[in-house]
Structure formats: C-alpha cells, structure tokens
Design a protein around this ligand. Structure first.
Ligand code: ADP
Ligand code: MG
Length: 684
C-alpha cells in the first residue's frame, strides 16, 4: 500500500472530501488506516412491542399485514406502513423512498431499526427506519458497527465507505513482524487486524485485532527507542553550574518552605547538572506537588551561570501562565535576568525580536510551547530544557538541538502516575525521581458525587464561595450542543449560568475552538479574579494554576476517565483555603457510577491509577486515556501493561541478535519503521 498517498486517490473522494478527511487527521492512506473507530455500536435486541420503557433507538420485529402504501404529496413521495403490536400501534414512515414498497412485503417478518417516538395520539412512530430480514438482522447484530470521529460535512457512512474502498483498492498491506514473534505471542496478521479494527466480524475478532495492534504499537515504539538509544552515546557535560548565589537567595526568600520531596528532587538535579554527563531525568509528582517552582529555581541557576534555559509547556495558555509567574518572581526578587515567551501566536516583529534575543542573549529564561523547538530557532547557549506535563520532547528535538550546539540537560516533569518499573521501560535511559508529598499547609479537597438534580445546589454553593472571595471552575464534556449525545456543553451551560446568576457573578467560557488570543484573554481575566466562574472543557486539564479557585464542578463526570478526573480536580486545592470538588454523575438511574466513588474517596493519584485498571472491564474498550504524556493510538500503558512487557522483551531479544536490523528477514520491519515514521502517527 502507498501509505503516503492522499485519500483523494480513492474512488469517490474528491478534493472537498479530502479536506474534510485532513481536518480529522486522516488525509493519507496510512492515516486513514489508523483512523480507528471512536467506538462501536451494537444493534440492539429486537423488541416486539413498544411501551413507555421502549428505548429511543430501537429495533422492532414485526409484520406489516397490508404492506407499504405510497402517498404522493407535492414535495415528495411518502411511504407508509402500519402495524399493530401487542399493546400499541406502530407507524413506519419513509420519505423519498418509494422503492421501499417492493422491499417490505405484506405479511412477512422484518426488523425495523430507527428512532422510536410516541405521538401525542399514543401511536408509536419510526421515521426512515432501516429494514432487515430477521436473518440479516441476526448477522448484523453480531457485528459491532464502527462509529468514527466526524466533522461537519463528513458523515459516518462516508468514512465507512472510504475505509472500505481503501481496503479494496488501496493495495496490499504487508506483514512486518518476524514470524517467530507472531507465533510465540499468537498474534493475528497485520492486514487482517487493521481490517477487523474497522469492520469486526464480532466482538472477539475485535479484541484479537486490537491485541495485535497494541502489540505492534509497543513493539514499534521500543524498537525505535532502542535503535536511537544505540546512537546516543553518553555526552560529557559541557556546562558549568557552580555559581548558586541567586538560586539560594530566591529559595530562601520564597513565601513557603520547600517540601521534603521538592528539596530532595532539587538536590538530585543539582548533582545531575554538575555531573560528568549531560543528564535526562523524569520527575513525577502528583498535581499540586509544586513542580513549577523547581523549574524556576533551576532556570535561575542556569542563568546565574551564564546559560539559557527553556521551559516547554503543552499549551499556549499554560506557557503564558508560566511566563507571567516567572516575570513576577524576577521582579519580586530583583533578579538581573529576563524571561521571554515564544508560542505559535508570537508573530511578526515580536517574534523576530524574541528570536534575535534567543540567538544572542546569555542567561535568558525562555518559556514557550512546541514553537520553541522548530527548525529555525537558534539558541545562544541552551543548557537546560524543562518540559512540563508532557513527554513530547523526544529524541528528534534533542538531536536537532545537539546539531546546533551543545547538548542541554533535559528534565521532564509529569503528573501522570506511572509505576517505577513501567517508567523504566517507557522512558528508557532516563533517570526517574518522584516527589511524594504535597505542600503541608494544604487542606485535602472535599469531594462529593451527586446526580444532576443537585445542580442548582452546586450553583448556589459556588455563589457562596464567590461571595467569600473565591472562584470556581465548571467542566462540561462538549463545546456546543451535539445531536449525538445529551452531554452538557460549555456554550449553552455558560448562557444558562449567566442567566441564573443574573450579573451577580461574572461567568466566562473557555474551550479549544477559541483562538489562542481569546483563550489567553479569558485566562488572564480569570487569573486576575475579574471573572469568578469559568465554564470550560478539559482544555484546563493540564497545569493551570489559579490558587484562589476553590470549587470544581465536573458535569457528566461519569464520561471522563479516572486519571482525567483526578487531573481536573487538581486545578483546585492549590491555595491555603478549603477546596471542593463536585462530580455530577449524568448516568441514568439513582446509582452512583463506581468510578466516581473511587475519586470521591481518594485524593491520591497513584492510588487512583491502580484502581483505574480494575474498574476497566472489556466494556471500556479504549480504556481511559491517561492525560498528559504517552498517548498511543490504541495501547494503554495500564490496561496493556502485560503486552507492553512482552513487546519490550521481544525487542530486546531481537536487537540482541540483530542490533541494526541488517538480516534479510528483518527488512520488512525496517521498511515499516521508516514508513510509519513519516506516515503513521508516532510518539517520537
Ligand atoms: P504542579 O506540581 O501541579 O505543577 P504547581 O507547581 O503549579 O503544581 O504548584 C501549585 C501551587 O503550589 C502553586 O501556587 C505554588 O506556588 C504552590 N507551591 C509550590 N510549592 C509549595 C510549597 N512547598 N509550599 C506551599 N505552596 C507551594
Ligand atoms: Mg504544573
């Protein structure tokens, strides 16, 4: 298969559709192959009667004694059929589908699938139902139906059609794993697994396919990591980090004492910085453990030794926030250094000026997003790189920098709790430190889980907190209303809330569809307490720090993963005041979702992460996205820990006998790695 070919090479896909596919990240053959369904739909068991408990999306097994009649109106043909069920009447309606008359024959049984409504007259109605014979329905019922991420103008059926065409006409997909590994681990073939991920024969086939692809993902990841590690000999440390007067001065002047965990971590890193080799270290610390101040202290240390340092944040909002915090410290402690901000929206003259400074100025504290590590950046003497929250600073960026100058020390700060053994596998050579404690003065967050009927009470509670001078976040899953789900959305929620408070509380909204400038404006106002309530999507999940916020309300909390809920909750409880987190359980019925009970009863991220595993049955097919680093397309480092272990062992064994993949039988693997690096989403 030509993985790099544009999907517009497929029959039936034009330039316009190509653009739509590009906007969902599936613009090439390779990417479309990897554009796995978001979830799968199972056709329901057919019902034979409709009553008030009937599901909204239903399959009804029945006969239409008199067949289909056709009503011609001026605008269109309407096909109608009526049938009597056990306790109710059902009317079936099709618009502009006159041919349905020859498909639905009088007296025969069919399954009709569609949205079921009850009319005011008491008659049930289904519009545009799909029609199956009972045999056809049996067959399709076994097959999980793919449901894709869509965008306006791109329907699920259009994606299905494109993927089908791709498998039919796109060319052969070669196996690339060595046969002995396939056999040893009982893995299904590559091509078949990709196909079954999109169009599974049944649920078991889906699990088998996923297993193979998860293995592949880990396998590819480890091979790359190992091959690159071989190229990376330890680099001797060219930096001199001995002066520490300003570092000490700031540390002593902080309004708080560092926790034991912070002190230990700082100590270890200082040893790294003056060690024999350039260091790479992963620092894990739960949300709120105070990682940012460590970054700042170390950057001051770099500065007073005449070196540049850079802090890379995963989002612009966060980068801006760190930058402002740093500027504040610099002023407060009268430091003779300055800080600059580089993000995607730093443009034109401002960007040129910043770039100029970065190319020439010693002792600069540089803060930014990915924009920091684009090809055209030139650093004067970058000695320390800190990445916040995400492991996105890969081997590539490191290479790029070392080609331009000397190798910087690299620190990765993460709140994702990964057991140490796992971290060693995933982060390869990196040293790992863990900050175990959180600042002592902090009160543990008080949690509660409630059903939607308690929402108004939550709003009232927010108002009380606001009157006491505090602020609140409310998280909704969606940006705007969607036909597909009834989950809360930021846009309408914001409106409703403004109406409810009637001007007594300033409410603002924040979501990922806003421009960087808009987001920044909203965050700045919230940070300055000009707005008191921020209704947001999970864009605020990573790293935002507004210590004055004391309430977090999470709507439809049952829709989020445990790790994500914990991250979100971490936005409060950052100051000295009592904070509260209210999880609103949007599930039907009176019972509380088990996962929410877990986060309610524990504030400890590590404990929650281990629960996470147990609470995920096969039903939670994709597992729970661990927020932050290490996003694999399918694999989940917790759920698939055993597969990961296997892949890691297999890769070690493979590279031990063929370190550079020179053997003929490993050529397909080498080819796959080259190809997938360019075409298929990878982590490195
Ligand atoms: P995270 O580890 O989640 O990135 P932050 O670095 O944003 O946490 O710190 C959260 C808050 O805690 C900040 O307001 C920070 O100033 C404060 N903080 C950091 N260290 C301490 C400490 N030792 N004692 C008290 N407050 C601290
Ligand atoms: Mg942080």
């Amino acid at each position: 298969m030509e993985y790099a070919a544009a999907v517009s090479n497929l029959k039936g896909i034009g330039d316009k559709t190509q653009k739509l596919f590009a906007s969902v990240g599936a613009e090439t053959f390779g990417k479309l192959l990897m554009f796995f369904p978001r979830t799968y739909l199972l056709y329901p068991e057919p019902i034979e009667d409709a009553d008030k408990d009937a599901p909204h999306k239903a399959a009804v097994l029945t006969r239409v004694p008199r067949g289909v009649t056709l009503k011609k109106t001026q605008r269109m043909d309407i096909a109608l059929a009526r049938t009597t069920l056990k306790t109710s009447e059902l009317e079936l309606v099709w618009f502009r589908m006159p041919y349905i008359r020859s498909k639905v024959l009088p007296g025969k049984h069919y399954v009709f699938y569609g949205n079921l409504f009850r009319e005011r007259s008491g008659v049930y109605k289904m519009e545009q139902p799909l029609v199956f014979t009972p045999e056809e329905y049996d067959e399709i019922q076994r097959r999980p139906q793919p449901v894709y991420h869509l965008t306006k103008g791109l329907s699920n059926n259009a994606v299905i059609k494109a993927v089908r065409t791709l498998f039919a006409d796109g060319g052969k997909i070669e196996e690339y794993l060595p046969p002995d590994i396939l056999q040893k681990r009982s893995l299904a073939g590559y091509s078949k697994s990709l196909y079954q991920m999109h169009f599974p024969d049944d649920f078991d086939a889906l699990l088998t396919a996923r297993q193979r692809l998860v293995y592949s993902e880990f396998f590819d990841f480890f091979v790359r990591m190992q091959l690159e590690a071989k190229d990376q000999i330890k680099v001797s440390n060219p930096w001199n980090f001995h002066a520490d007067a300003y570092f000490q001065k700031v540390k002593d002047a902080l309004p708080f004492a560092l926790t034991k965990g912070q002190e230990e971590t700082i100590h270890v890193i200082r040893n790294d910085l003056t060690g024999e080799y350039v260091s790479q270290r992963l620092i894990q610390g739960d949300v709120g453990s105070g990682k940012t101040i460590l970054a700042f202290l170390l950057m001051v240390l770099a500065a007073e030794n005449g070196c540049q340092s850079a802090l890379m944040a995963p989002t612009e909002v966060l980068a801006k926030q760190h930058y402002e915090t740093f500027c504040g410290y610099i002023e407060k402690y009268g430091l003779p250094f300055s800080s600059v901000l580089v993000t995607g929206s730093t443009k034109g003259a401002a960007r040129r000026e910043v770039n100029e400074r970065i190319a020439n100025e010693k002792s600069l504290l540089i803060v930014g997003t990915h924009a920091l590590f684009t090809e055209k950046m030139t650093y004067h003497n970058l000695a320390l790189v800190v990445t916040d929250e995400q492991h996105r600073f890969g081997v590539k960026q490191r290479k790029m920098l070392s080609e331009k100058g000397r190798d910087p020390h690299v620190l990765v700060m993460s709140a994702t709790p990964i057991p140490r053994t796992l971290a060693m596998i995933l982060y390869g050579d990196m040293d790992v430190s863990v900050i175990k404690d959180v600042p002592a003065k902090r009160l543990p967050i008080k949690n509660s889980v409630v059903k939607k009927n308690k929402r108004k009470a939550a709003w009232k509670f927010i108002k009380d907190e606001v009157e006491a001078g505090h602020q609140a976040y409310i998280i909704c899953p969606l940006v705007e209303a969607s036909e597909k789900t009834e989950s809360e959305n930021v846009t309408e929620y914001g409106k409703a809330l403004r109406e409810y408070y009637g001007g007594s509380v300033a409410v603002d909204i924040l979501h990922g569809k806003m421009s960087a400038a808009e987001k920044e404006r909203v965050m700045t106002k919230f940070a300055a307490n000009e707005t008191q309530v921020l209704v947001a999507t999970t864009v605020i999940e990573v790293g935002i720090n507004v210590p004055n916020a004391t309430v977090m309300v999470i709507e439809d909390a049952n829709r989020f993963g445990l790790a994500q809920l914990h991250q979100l909750r971490g936005r409060v409880g950052r100051g000295e005041w009592q904070s509260y987190c209210i999880f609103i359980d949007g599930s039907d019925g009176d019972e509380l979702s088990e996962r929410l009970v877990v986060v309610r009863d524990s504030n400890d991220g590590f404990a929650i992460a281990s629960q996470d595993l147990k609470l995920r049955g096969p039903g939670d097919f994709y597992g729970i996205r661990q927020s932050g680093d290490l996003n694999f397309a399918l694999a989940d480092i917790y759920q698939d820990a055993d597969v990961m272990q296997q892949a890691s062992e297999d890769v070690k064994a493979l590279l031990a006998c063929d370190p550079h993949l020179m053997k003929t039988e490993h050529q397909p693997l080498l080819a796959h790695l080259k190809l997938s690096e360019e075409v298929i989403y990878t982590n490195l």
